[in-house]
Design a protein. Structure first.
Length: 202
């Protein structure tokens, strides 16, 4: 009986908290604890963000302080497609033309099966299949990493492809147009040279 009463109280408090969060979000475009992107109203999410679509819509994306999860069901197929296309992904093919209004800015952790809408990530990026033109300051890992800019360490199980890299690329194949740092992998390519095992440019 006591446990049942405790569960009821916890549920009521949780409901009140969520309602308060919703009201605050409407007032100042901020969602606390849980938020969704893209959204036409929410500008900032403090807590857990659910990114529910790969499509770039007219809705604006958000500043996320916490954790972003991509829950688009289409991404379930991306690990298989990534394995097929990994050998042909090149740094020069990264799309950097996205409008910044359609990019989340994430301070914390970005976790997705595949990140098709480029984001600016300050922290940790874990993309099972990889990303498409993210700007990452920190650590990034995935089957295939495709970055507009990376400052830090990127671990691409199959391939790393970047426009601008400041730090270390580790993967089976590494490629960066503008590298200041190290590349460690079976084959490495930057603007200065292409070498096996270890490559560099400072």
């Amino acid at each position: 009986m006591k446990r049942t009463s405790l569960h009821i109280i916890i549920c009521l408090l949780s409901y009140i908290l969520l309602c308060t969060t919703s009201i605050n979000a409407q007032k100042n475009n901020t969602a606390n604890i849980i938020g969704f992107t893209p959204s036409s109203k929410t500008a900032t999410i403090n807590g857990l963000s659910f990114n529910y679509t790969l499509l770039v819509l007219k809705k604006k994306y958000a500043n996320v302080n916490g954790i972003q999860l991509n829950v688009d069901p289409i991404t379930v197929f991306m690990p298989f497609l990534t394995l097929i296309h990994a050998p042909i992904i090149k740094a020069g093919e990264i799309d950097t033309t996205y409008n910044s209004d359609h990019q989340n800015s994430i301070n914390g952790i970005n976790f997705t099966l595949f990140d098709a809408n480029p984001s600016t990530i300050n922290g940790i990026e874990i993309n099972i299949s990889g990303g498409r033109g993210n700007t990452t300051n920190g650590f990034s890992t995935g089957l295939v990493n495709s970055h507009k800019t990376i400052h830090g360490l990127t671990l691409g199980i199959l391939r790393n492809a970047g426009k601008k890299c400041r730090g270390v690329q580790i993967g089976l194949v590494n490629e960066c147009h503008n590298l200041k740092g190290l590349q460690i992998g079976l084959w490495n390519k930057n603007s200065k040279r292409s070498t096996p095992l270890i490559n560099w440019n400072f």
